[in-house]
Design a binder for this molecule. Sequence first.
Ligand SMILES: Cc1cc2nc3c(=O)[nH]c(=O)nc-3n(C[C@H](O)[C@H](O)[C@H](O)COP(=O)(O)OP(=O)(O)OC[C@H]3O[C@@H](n4cnc5c(N)ncnc54)[C@H](O)[C@@H]3O)c2cc1C
Length: 309
Amino acid sequence: MKKVAIIAQTKEGQLSDASKSLISFVSSFSPESILLLAIGDVNFSTVSASKSIDVIQLSEGLWIDSASIQPLTQAVDGYSVFGIKSIQVDNLLSLLAASSSQEMISGIQQMSYSGGKFLITKSIFSGKASLSLTSETAAYFSLNRNFDFSANSVYGEQSINSVSTLTSAAGSKASILALKPITGSIPLPDAALVVGAGRGLKDPGNWTIVEDLAKALGAATACSKPVSDLNWRPHHEHVGQTGVKISPNLYIACGISGAIQHLAGVNGSRIVVVINNDPEAPFFKHADYGIVGDVNDILPRLTKKLQTH
Ligand SMILES: Cc1cc2nc3c(=O)[nH]c(=O)nc-3n(C[C@H](O)[C@H](O)[C@H](O)COP(=O)(O)OP(=O)(O)OC[C@H]3O[C@@H](n4cnc5c(N)ncnc54)[C@H](O)[C@@H]3O)c2cc1C
């Protein structure tokens, strides 16, 4: 197949695990060449891939507006560009797609490449349904965070050919004054594990049992809309139709009834576990696993079990 580019995210100077999986995945398409667009400083000399790789280090602010996206649009002209869903990656992909007038497909759950065509399954209607499609023309692809990479081969270590830094000739109109990394919590839209809680917790003071479970799992915390409306939890934790859409590998919903507006934001989760003391709670119909019980009893027991393993 033709050339592929990957928007790779980095953490503490290393490629994220998801980015490594994505490189391995696109290698399975046997591309002519692989280009890595690295967001953030990256310090590595080899990558597991089918081919050696060129890297473009993206300078901060480059993708912020349509004027400053031009050098990057030219750099990826003729490439199929892949990224794993995050606010930053989707923003970059959609700007690239718009500035090159090419099609972008997002919400991708499964994907393969055969006979010059991409075969894609993507989520639609806020994750309530899936759509299968083929595309020969799309150039930009955003894969869901719970995309299953497991079926793909692992490739040998390859060296990095060249590293260049891309800056806008015109200069970006926007500049970053300060970077304030979020510490102590995991950004909800990007989280692989999420513990959500609803009005069944009864009082904001009871959230320690939710936070303890999230901490034991390394998960982000989320809540239903009424909980944030009551100011029990911050608004950025509210998931659903009117809140954040999440697609973690695991969503544990505690004391949440499962109203359709809540489900609209969590339908993209790979595995859903519901804990509710009402066996008739609608959420159980949408759960992979259900526990009928009191959150005050179940959550501390789950946390203790996780801490002793
Ligand atoms: C236009 C519109 C947009 C909306 N957008 C959203 C949205 O984006 N996100 C969202 O979440 N909601 C949204 N809603 C609100 C939604 O309809 C529901 O009202 C809301 O999701 C219910 O929140 P809840 O499940 O926390 O509370 P409840 O419906 O009160 O449910 C609490 C649950 O906790 C269980 N419970 C109680 N005690 C315990 C216990 N001790 N142990 C275990 N379980 C217990 C109960 O059985 C119950 O199922 C929207 C509504 C409208 C009209």
